[in-house]
Design a protein around this ligand. Structure first.
Ligand code: 5GP
Length: 141
């Protein structure tokens, strides 16, 4: 059952703020407020679906294309040693927000990942990171 009052639904409706880096007709991407590494980004399909099983093929295809585009921008902006893309379904799998989304997480060989959804990062720093990703996106276009 989809809960229309989950935090990402509220962000999609503009009821609460986010540090946005990209949006189109199908998806929105914004900084994770509790990033596991610098540059941790979330891609959220607009379609109301709690888990990937309920997402339409069209929305899934659009979301993965947006995820790929943004992963390229994150890689350009942060030059990490690697980059993880994840998507969790259900609390047992680690999902904490019940609206389907993809994580883009830069990985640095000399830095362990921070905890999942644990520590809020400074908003000004998140905005600086968003600007770096937006600049990389603009160069891509
Ligand atoms: P999940 O655990 O559902 O795969 O991921 C949810 C993610 O959303 C977590 O990484 C968490 O840090 C992030 N998050 C939780 N609440 C907010 C919020 O209000 N704003 C933003 N930007 N991210 C959030």
């Amino acid at each position: 059952m989809y809960d229309p009052d989950n935090i990402f639904a509220k962000i999609l409706r503009g009821e609460i703020p986010c540090i946005k880096v990209y949006e189109d007709a199908d998806a929105i991407a914004f900084m994770d407020i509790m990033p596991q590494s610098d540059g941790h980004l979330l891609v959220v399909p607009r379609e109301p679906a709690a888990e990937i099983f309920e997402l339409s093929d069209e929305a899934a295809q659009a979301a993965i294309c947006v995820t790929k585009k943004l992963a390229i921008a994150v890689r350009k902006a942060f030059a990490p040693d690697g980059l993880t893309i994840t998507q969790f379904n259900g609390a047992a799998a680690g999902q904490t927000v019940p609206h389907v989304h993809f994580h883009i997480v830069p990985r640095y060989a000399d830095r362990p990942l921070r905890g999942h959804a644990r520590d809020k990062q400074d908003v000004d720093l998140l905005k600086q990171h968003a600007e770096r990703i937006i600049a990389a996106l603009n160069e891509q276009q």
